[in-house]
Design a protein around this ligand. Structure first.
Ligand SMILES: [Fe+2]
Length: 454
């Protein structure tokens, strides 16, 4: 699919936010579905979503319309619909009508099936309103990946509706692809979100009535562990009861369940986890859920995890937040190939790590740094890792951490194979049993690369 780099302006009055491509709540384990979501004014307009690959336009049928009516926030609607029965990997045209008039059209690509080659991009710590964020958006769009995974801290400072409007949509759903602005990534490319601390940690509506937009905007599978306020996954909401009730009404089933989920794409299984410090991943129910999710995915060629706080990294910044190491044993037993994180604002890649039988639920053990690593793996001549590779992809736009460690391997913890404190994103190509990762900088240049084969 050839995408124009500059698009004609569209009539925007039908939208509070223009359409963006999502996995959909229903898309669990199928490769032939996508969802399209947009934000609409709070009025009685009737919207229709249609799509086609070859042949006639098909209607997406009844749309989900959730009214977001929070105190001190202008009411609007989040509308979404499913594109089903798609021809895997083929271009899709879609269009939105309001009261019978077409108000938006765009293109995307149907998810690939398990025999097709595909690419994806990964970055996190991005929605900060910086020029670097715009450049990463632009470079990512230029690569035309099949999908993009955002590894948390998607929108600073608190994942608010007002902050998405200012620091997210203008950068990733811009009308033109320009280095200084961003790109129209979201309308063409499936994006997948993992929640970070800046997205969902603050649950007190007292000062911020428009928190937790993650649960309102991301239309993703609701197949994670069932949770309720105050359990090992979910802090309680705080602030005025009216604000809490309005948020719950707007989020529906997505809150709180949407913080953890899994999906399949091509020949891979992805598990997305909430790694925030309030989550007790030593809890037996959560551990069982994750182990079971990975067990069911053993028929896939690849298994990946996306989360925010990385289990292994070498930056002094955030070094104390290793709580998610509690699941390193499950990750290993579940034969996960690569874990993509963020939180730490740079790029890091570990050697293949094995925690073996060491009890990682023990907090003292988690502090250890001398984990067995496969130093023979170089991703060039030796492409078969013995262990799990952990990537930090926190270089999507927020200011860099610990640049003094660049090109200074003697200062790195022993499990780190490469460290680059510079803005960028990972671009991964999966071709059957071959995985190739390139770390791309703001100039589109490759600054690190590895290949994994099996
Ligand atoms: Fe973070």
């Amino acid at each position: 699919m050839i995408l124009p780099l500059v698009l004609l302006p569209q009539s925007n009055s039908a939208f509070v936010q223009l359409p963006y491509i999502q996995l959909g709540h229903r898309t669990t384990g199928r490769n032939n579905e996508l969802a399209v979501a947009w934000h609409a004014p709070d009025d009685q307009s009737r919207y229709q979503l249609e799509y086609r690959q070859k042949g006639a336009w098909k209607s997406a049928g009844s749309l989900e319309s959730r009214r977001v009516a929070l105190p001190q926030v202008s009411a609007f609607r989040v509308i979404s619909g499913d594109l089903i029965g798609l021809d895997s990997g083929a271009p899709v045209e879609y269009r939105v009508s309001r009261d019978g008039t077409i108000v938006f059209n765009s293109t995307t690509t149907a998810p690939k099936n398990d025999r097709q080659e595909y690419t994806f991009a990964v970055f996190g710590d991005c929605g900060r309103g910086t020029s670097e964020q715009a450049q990463i958006s632009y470079q990512t769009y230029k690569k035309q990946p099949d999908f993009v995974v955002m590894t948390g801290d998607i929108v600073y400072d608190s994942g608010r509706i007002s902050e998405y409007a200012e620091k997210y949509f203008p950068y990733y759903n811009a009308s033109a692809a320009l280095r200084s602005v961003g790109s129209p990534l979201l309308r063409h490319t499936l994006t997948v979100g993992a929640p970070g601390n800046h997205d969902i940690l603050d649950r007190n509506f007292s000062q911020k009535p428009d928190l937790l937009a993650y649960f309102l905007y991301w239309i993703q599978p609701l197949n994670g562990p069932l949770t309720t306020d105050g359990d090992p996954l979910t802090p309680t909401l705080a602030g005025p009861a009216e604000a809490q009730a309005a948020f719950r009404a707007a989020a529906g089933a997505a809150y709180p369940r949407g913080a953890n989920y899994s999906f399949d794409y091509g020949n891979a299984h992805w598990t997305v986890l909430d790694a925030n410090r309030y989550v007790n991943w030593s809890d037996p129910k959560l551990r069982t859920w994750l182990a079971e999710d990975l067990r069911r995915a053993q028929n896939k060629t690849w298994r990946f995890i996306a989360l925010h706080q990385p289990p292994f990294h070498t930056s002094p910044t955030h070094q104390a937040e290793k709580q998610i190491r509690a699941i390193a044993d499950i990750i290993e037993k579940g034969k996960v190939d690569v874990v993509f994180g963020g939180h730490v604002h740079n790029f890091q890649r570990t050697y293949p790590i094995s925690v073996g039988t060491k009890d990682v639920s023990n907090v003292a053990n988690r502090e250890l740094n001398d984990w067995p690593v496969d130093t023979k793996f170089d991703g060039k001549k030796n492409t078969r890792p013995a262990g799990v590779i952990y990537i930090v992809d926190g270089a999507g736009g927020a200011p860099m951490y610990d640049t003094n460690l660049n090109a200074n391997p003697s200062k790195w913890l022993p499990f780190i194979q490469n460290y680059i404190a510079d803005f960028g994103f990972s671009h991964v190509r999966i071709s059957g049993r071959k995985f190739t990762l390139e770390q791309i900088d703001m100039d589109g240049k490759t600054v690190d690369s590895i290949t994994i084969t099996k």
